[in-house]
Ligand binder design. Structure first.
Ligand code: ADP
Length: 595
């Protein structure tokens, strides 16, 4: 049998702070008691380290101790010996025992005295004591023993089975008590962990809530919660900033108290939708400010049917709404002015037409009489008079050209232009044949890259436009240079861009772009827009005759047919004018479209 050497009052001091020492004492290093904190034994649980409980055997006689040991060894517990009452007390200071077997008659301090002292100590006041006494002791002595807390008596000679059975009961009792203690401790630990978890959860919730609240209070937008009857329950400070009402004033307020009467139906309908759990799209309405004025608020809202609550988000859009209203008003004004200007324009064009028309009659008679003078009276006129008459005739001719151009411009501006299919090859052939003489005189080369395709337009106007461009191409060349004019077309791609990468906006319908390129004097970039204006000319009449109306007629005609016009040109590098017109949708599939 191996008897554990327990810590006495002195040696326990070392073991208390040294788990290694305890391990050595118990011969086992791996069965730590669950109650030990950090694996440090406080010195009171020697027996528990190997799952055994401590039994204290107190007797001054070694032979008796040996006998007790022999009897109790089969129990398999730690049997600890004390040779005196004093030693027993010392051991009890640092160790816990399931039961004490105490010899009654010991020198110096007998069993009863020792028991009395053991009972006085709180740590051992409930430790069961079995007195071992000889059969000859008086019953008085036994009563004394009981009064000192003895739980039993064992009389010598000892019957081993009886002693083992009695001690075994106390060992079991100790184990069960320990087990209950451990369970209670574990329960406490579990409860503590649960409590800590709940505390941490509550803290987290509080923090999240605080942050959310911060969002709520700091948001510039109007945030609020309402019930299914449309009452406001909670609002953030933005409401007061925007509408002037405090949160208290707004609490319990219904839409009809806040919303513009004209917008009330809208809000009632939205609340009904939210009540039915339907999502509500963004909407805008007017809300009353405390000062009686109104603010435009853009709203979104989400229902939470389970809570019967509506979460509301609003943004003050008054500034944008007012700007929009101003723009709408200005647009209205603008439209009115455009209408007035169009009317004035129309009147001017009528005036222009009638003036041009009416002026031509006296002009024709001026021109006729001058011609008659030159033809019939030439011999009777002096050189100077003849020169005057010729100048009159020339001026009359120039003026007539101007009036003709003005009339043409008026026609293009006013005439109705029902679109029809216009075959561009036919138009160009017609133009060229009408200019045979000029082409021959100037030795111009006209190159047409057929087929040109068909456009949906007004045929006479298309002819007028292309004739003006071709005439200009033949006219604006360096003196004695042979004009070279190329004409071709291209389709405009579906995404609205022409093959040359031009990005200007155009009508969405497909179009044909007609190019008229010359090898003439070219035009500075800064004048590319200006030359389309009325009477805009870049050269004096003596250098290049003209009225400054040709390109104005081109632009007007193109615009009236729903097309566009433009050019690419550089001085001394010729010009490329282009005209875009809607493609003829009825064009036969067999007709080859230009690239
Ligand atoms: P006009 O030909 O009667 O002068 P337009 O309105 O046809 O009037 O042209 C306006 C001006 O644009 C012309 O005076 C000329 O300066 C310039 N211009 C027009 N077409 C060309 C061209 N093909 N090459 C160079 N300059 C041109």
């Amino acid at each position: 049998m191996k008897i554990a050497k327990l810590a006495t009052a002195e040696s326990a001091h070392e073991t208390a702070s040294s788990p290694k020492a305890v391990t050595q004492q118990n011969g086992s290093g791996h069965m730590l008691n669950p109650l030990q904190k950090n694996g440090v034994d406080n010195g009171k649980h020697i027996g528990k380290l190997n799952g055994k409980v401590n039994i204290l055997l107190v007797d001054d006689r070694k032979d008796k101790l040996l006998a007790l040991n022999a009897i109790l060894t089969p129990l398999g517990q730690n049997l600890v010996e004390a040779h005196s009452g004093k030693e027993a007390l010392r051991l009890l200071l640092k160790n816990e025992f399931a039961v004490i077997l105490m010899d009654v008659s010991m020198p110096t301090m007998d069993g009863f005295e020792t028991a009395a002292l053991i009972r006085k100590r709180p740590s051992s006041e409930h430790t069961p004591i079995i007195f071992v006494t000889s059969i000859g002791n008086s019953p008085n002595q036994m009563y004394q023993g009981y009064s000192l807390g003895a739980v039993d008596y064992i009389l010598t000679p000892i019957v081993p089975e009886v002693l083992r059975a009695k001690v075994g009961v106390f060992v079991e009792l100790w184990r069960k008590t320990e087990h209950i203690k451990q369970q209670a401790e574990r329960l406490r630990e579990v409860e503590e962990a649960e409590h800590r978890r709940r505390l941490a959860e509550a803290e987290d919730k509080l923090e999240t809530e605080t942050k959310r609240n911060r969002f709520f209070t700091l948001a510039l937008d109007l945030l609020g919660i309402g019930d299914f009857d449309g009452h406001l329950l909670q609002v953030n400070p933005a409401w007061e900033k925007v509408l002037g009402f405090t949160e208290e004033e707004l609490r319990g307020v219904t839409p009809d108290q806040l919303v513009h009467p004209q917008d009330l139906a809208m809000i009632v309908e939205r609340v009904q939708m939210l009540k039915n759990g339907l999502p509500v799209e963004y909407f805008e309405l007017r809300c009353r400010h405390k000062d009686g004025s109104y603010r435009w608020i853009g709203w979104t809202a989400a229902p939470f049917p389970a809570e019967k609550l509506i979460y509301i988000f609003g943004r003050n859009v008054t500034a944008r709404k007012e700007a929009e209203e101003k723009i709408l008003h200005l647009n209205g004004e603008l439209e009115k002015r455009i209408a007035a200007l169009t009317e004035v324009n129309r009147e001017l064009e009528t005036f222009n037409y009638s003036i041009s028309h009416d002026l031509r009659a006296p002009l024709r008679s001026m021109s006729g009489f001058a011609q008659a003078l030159m033809d019939g009276e030439a011999s009777r006129l002096g050189a100077q008079e003849a020169d005057y008459v010729r100048r009159i005739a020339n001026s009359a001719r120039r003026m007539d050209t101007l009036l003709q151009d003005l009339l043409e411009y008026s026609r293009v501006a006013r005439a109705s232009m029902p679109p029809a299919s216009v075959n561009l090859d036919g138009v160009i052939t017609e133009i060229v044949s009408l200019r045979e003489r000029e082409i021959e005189q100037s030795k111009a080369r006209i190159e047409v890259r057929s087929p040109l395709g068909s456009v949906s337009a007004h045929s006479p106007t298309v002819q007028q436009i292309l004739a003006n461009l071709i005439d200009n191409g033949m006219k604006f060349v360096v003196k004695d240079q042979q004009p070279h004019i190329s004409i071709w077309t291209e389709t405009v791609t579906a995404d609205g861009h022409a093959a040359n990468g031009d990005n200007a906006p155009r009508p969405p319908s497909p179009a044909i772009r007609i190019w008229v390129e010359d090898n003439g004097i070219g035009i500075e970039k800064e004048f590319h827009e200006k030359i389309f204006g009325l009477f805009e000319r870049l050269h004096p009449s003596h250098a290049f005759p003209g009225t400054g109306l040709g390109l104005a007629i081109v632009r007007k005609g193109v615009e009236r047919m729903g097309g566009r016009v433009g050019l690419e040109s550089q001085p001394e590098h010729g010009s490329r004018f282009w005209v875009e017109l809607p493609v003829d949708a009825a064009q036969k599939p067999t007709d080859k479209l230009p690239d």
